[in-house]
Design a protein around this ligand. Structure first.
Ligand code: ZN
Length: 304
């Protein structure tokens, strides 16, 4: 799913509407979205969300085709395979919480983390690559809905720009809550992927932890909690993927394909066939109509 986009450092999503981009031009810059999941073995919903992203991106859905033509998606769906195999809740085979070792991972003690970090740094140093998004998928044991953690920056423009993707995702996914999305720089989170890469990558990048509840979500305008299912987690993944279409304002490219496409989440699902299953410290104001994750105990031990 690799294609190229024109190198233009001054480009911003707001300037891209309707633009025809020469994606296959020799030497063009690649815009990369890097996604990781399951660094915490017990957080199984992470895998379903990640599966939803992958299934959608490799499908023939018009949005997926446009995304493949404009972006490069790098996905490491399971950062802690030995921990998953052993049935651990949070740690690896050697007893490490890998999401606290991004600062200095060891090739022998944290090999998967080490490898992924090396790959990310390699891309960061490649002038033909623009690593624009890093999203690490987790599950939360006390909060409801899906939500994100982001970073705090002195650069006000960068700080504000980080809010765009979760706001757009909130519009696309009925189970995603912007009001529960928060931005922080807690010292205890310094070794996480989101914090480390937020400090490493340049100002054009956005790094998030995507959390999804182990239990349920509340849709906007309702009070009843809807239990999550595997399909609902995968649907969140599909909505994460399609939100890049909105962020980069690629809608005109989809419309050129002359295939009917739903634009509202309450409309009928697109003709996309997903496969049978195998096998907060500081917050932005609550958006009007946003869903509330009412069961927020802010238990640090449960946050990513
Ligand atoms: Zn986690």
């Amino acid at each position: 799913m690799n294609t190229r986009v024109v190198k233009d450092k001054s480009w911003r999503p707001s300037q891209a509407a309707g633009e025809q981009r020469d994606n296959l031009r020799e030497g063009a810059e690649q815009k990369v979205v890097f996604i990781t999941g399951r660094v915490h073995p017990g957080e199984t919903p992470s895998s379903f969300v990640c599966q939803g992203i992958i299934d959608f991106l490799i499908s023939q859905h018009p949005i997926a085709r446009v995304l493949r033509e404009h972006l490069v998606f790098k996905i490491a769906p399971m950062l802690n395979p030995d921990g998953v195999y052993l049935g651990n809740y949070r740690c690896s085979l050697m007893g490490f919480d890998l999401n606290r070792h991004w600062l200095d991972p060891s090739p022998w003690a944290h090999p998967t983390l080490y490898g992924v970090k090396q790959l990310i740094i390699q891309m960061y140093n490649d002038p033909k690559t623009s690593l624009e998004f890093y999203i690490d998928i987790h599950a939360h044991s006390t909060m409801m809905n899906g939500f994100m953690y982001g970073n705090v920056f002195e650069d006000e423009e960068r700080f504000q720009r980080q809010a765009i993707f979760p706001k757009l995702l909130c519009q696309n996914a009925e189970d995603f809550s912007y009001s529960s999305t928060s931005f922080n720089r807690d010292a205890v989170k310094a070794g996480t992927g989101r914090r480390f890469l937020g400090g490493l990558l340049d100002h054009t990048s956005s790094c998030y932890t995507l959390e999804v509840s182990f239990y349920s979500y509340i849709s906007g305008g309702t009070t009843a909690a809807v239990p999550y299912t595997e399909e609902a987690y995968m649907k969140l993944g599909r909505n994460v993927a399609r939100t890049f279409l909105d962020y980069y304002r690629l809608d005109p490219m989809v419309e050129k394909m002359a295939i009917p496409m739903p634009r509202l989440r309450k409309e009928r699902p697109p003709p996309y066939k997903y496969p049978l299953r195998r096998g907060p410290t500081s917050s932005y104001p609550i958006s009007k109509g946003d869903k509330k994750s009412s069961v927020n105990h802010k238990d640090p031990s449960n946050s990513f």
